[in-house]
Write a protein that binds this ligand. Structure first.
Ligand code: EPU
Length: 337
């Protein structure tokens, strides 16, 4: 483990923006993590934990310590009649973990294929895609309390998971480091195929048996077809959350804009932010090296050497124009640092 100074973060965030951290360290064991935290305390530094940097935007240089969590390991813990409990360390790559589970015939995560990022980051924003959320399978997780290094187990309920949210983004923000996640996966597949884009794509396979692996492959195809690969084009997936509004607001928007995509969500209504941004005229917009992706209006992109500040500025202009046109406030989904 080596603490590096004045470290360029360009390869540690999927937007590929160049920002400098005063200190940077990669940790691959809990012991190294404790040593890094000791360094941070001794030097009284602000610090941030990152996984693969797939959900953050550095809008400026960072004056503290960045800790990259690279703690690995997957193991099967035990099973009940219907479920298998699998524990994965925080630094495992999420998509590789999903593929590992499918190979072992531990089912349930197929719709969550190809989501960038790590296992440890998954519960923080309760990752979700194509009709499945992590909360459907989370059993418990382990986390270290930053103040005193105590390891605590959080049950699924204690994580308070909801749409792109958890207690680790709310009340306990910046207080715990998730070190491992245990999922209760299915021994027999129970495929979730109702999400419109998935249902449509599966029509091409009507002659075949729909297996969990096929669902995973099709989800990958859909994602690749409309979400740019961060390896070739800097981006952090959806930049904003889909706004959740009351039924009354949804009804009045529907009356004015009959095509607006609105989905029921926990007694309220979720509106497709991509549609709002698209209608406000931003899709495909480009100015210098920043822009809005041509195939998906919710994805901001860095075409080369964009600065974090420029991406942030673009996000604010988008927020403002959606507010003016629809009276809806978009909230960033990515973490802005
Ligand atoms: N749409 C537009 N214009 C666009 C793109 C989409 O009008 O440029 C409309 C579509 O017609 C569709 C609707 O917006 O009716 C929703 O689009 P999509 O199915 O692509 O889903 P999304 O709500 O934009 C969410 C997640 C994605 C996840 C997909 C699939 C959020 C913030 N985003 O996107 O997650 O992959 O559903 O489940 O909830 C991420 O979090 O980084 C991410 C990519």
């Amino acid at each position: 483990m080596q603490i590096q100074e004045d470290f360029d973060l360009r390869h540690f965030n999927t937007f590929h923006v160049s920002a400098h951290a005063r200190y940077f360290v990669e940790v691959s064991t809990i012991l190294e993590l404790s040593t890094a935290l000791d360094f941070q305390k001794t030097h009284d530094l602000p610090f941030i934990l990152i996984g693969q940097g797939s959900n953050l935007l550095f809008k400026e240089d960072y004056p503290g310590l960045i800790i990259e969590l690279n703690i690995r390991g997957i193991k099967k813990l035990g099973e009940t009649r219907e479920r298998i409990h699998v524990k994965a360390s925080c630094g495992e790559n999420w998509h590789e973990f999903v593929q590992y589970c499918l190979q072992k015939e531990y089912f349930g995560l197929e719709n969550l294929s190809l989501i960038p990022g790590t296992v440890g980051a998954a519960p923080v924003q309760n990752i979700g895609a194509y009709g499945v959320e992590l909360s459907d399978f989370l059993h418990e997780l382990e986390a270290i309390r930053i103040s005193d290094g105590q390891l605590r187990t959080f049950s699924r309920d204690e994580c308070e998971l909801s749409y792109r949210h958890s207690v680790f983004k709310g009340e306990l923000r910046d207080q715990y480091i998730i070190t491992s996640v245990t999922l209760a996966l299915l021994k027999k597949p129970q495929l979730k195929l109702t999400y419109p884009a998935l249902k449509t794509a599966l029509q091409d396979y009507a002659q075949q048996e729909i297996t969990a692996q096929l669902v995973s492959d099709v989800v990958c195809q859909i994602r690749r077809s409309k979400l740019p690969d961060p390896l070739t084009l800097g981006n952090a997936g959806s930049f904003f959350r889909n706004p959740v509004v009351s039924q009354d607001i949804a009804d009045s928007l529907k009356a004015q804009y009959p095509d607006i995509p609105i989905y029921p969500y926990e007694g309220a209504c979720k509106i497709a932010a991509a549609w709002l941004i698209d209608q406000a005229g931003w899709k495909g917009y480009r100015e210098g090296d920043v822009g809005v992706h041509k195939d998906h209006a919710l994805v901001l992109v860095n075409y080369g050497n964009a600065r974090g500040e420029e991406l942030f500025d673009l996000s604010q202009r988008i927020q403002q124009s959606v507010q003016e046109k629809f009276g809806i406030e978009l909230e960033p989904e990515v973490r802005i640092i």
